[in-house]
Design a protein around this ligand. Structure first.
Ligand code: UDP
Length: 244
């Protein structure tokens, strides 16, 4: 196995990565993600996970369509992330890994409350630590959760998994065939070029905390592993813009 570039990673996986169009959960997709996490753990990479909820419920968007207020709609989104965390916990455990779920919303029967010091000590012991429940507050996203948790646990990088897009482009690559991918970007570039990578709160927080974010396509074979090795086709976002 080739060398890994990062020692402690925060992997952000959106809910979409766990399901297929008509299926909330797709066994094959989940298995591929979990097998790759196992490879990382077996190679002494520390893995924390932030999971989204979009396969179940997209807070504001779906909430307003059925006339819900924003706050309840967002709490429902956070609850969705807890369901996804439990799915990943079960799957990772069947692969023989040690896992803990920590939730920002209190659901003490199924997850520990979020406590960053314990998260760090479990990471050091080789546990996969899954952060569920988003930030615990409405009006945020799981991208912002990823930035917050990465800062708290002092992750070396956020591996921001995208579904079917291998980085940040100058225009939507799914619409424009001649779209060009950036190899690296600064947070300033994202603002200046008005690039749609993550929401503004997540971007600002990542810049403030001086985080590196690697945007890559989770659907390509072994790409989580390659991302952790610094070998995936990707875009790296950081305060110090790299060459290229
Ligand atoms: N959410 C929230 N606060 C948070 C994180 C998430 O209110 O700190 C809600 C929000 O409604 C969001 C939903 O949970 O739409 C699901 O999260 P997200 O859209 O980030 O999931 P993903 O698109 O990554 O699957």
């Amino acid at each position: 196995m080739e060398k890994f570039k990062y020692k402690r990673i925060l992997l952000k996986v959106s809910g979409e990565a766990l399901g297929l169009k008509d299926d909330l959960y797709n066994n094959q997709k989940i298995d591929k993600v979990c097998q790759q996490i196992k490879t990382l753990i077996n190679n002494q990479v520390e893995v924390a996970l932030v999971i989204g909820g979009g396969n179940i419920w997209r807070g504001a968007k779906q909430g307003s369509a059925v006339g819900l207020d924003r706050i309840n709609a967002d709490y429902m989104g956070m609850l969705a992330t807890i369901m996804n965390a439990l799915v990943l916990e079960s799957k990772l455990k069947t692969l023989g890994l040690n896992v803990i779920v920590q939730s920002a919303l209190e659901v003490n029967k199924v997850a520990e409350p979020y406590y960053y010091k314990k998260a760090i000590s479990r990471l050091e012991k080789g546990y996969v630590v899954i952060f569920a429940g988003g930030t615990g507050y409405p009006y945020f996203t799981t991208d912002t959760t990823a930035a917050l948790r990465a800062a708290e646990i002092k992750a070396d990088v956020i591996l921001m998994a995208k579904n079917g897009v291998d980085g940040v482009y100058d225009q939507d690559p799914l619409v424009h065939k001649n779209a060009t991918r950036f190899n690296s970007l600064s947070y300033q570039d994202i603002t200046n070029k008005n690039l749609k990578v993550m929401d503004l709160t997540a971007s600002t927080m990542s810049m403030e905390a001086n985080l590196d974010i690697l945007v890559f396509d989770i659907n390509k074979p072994d790409n989580i592993i390659k991302a952790a090795q610094g070998k995936a086709v990707s875009t790296i976002i950081s305060n110090k813009k790299k060459k290229g």
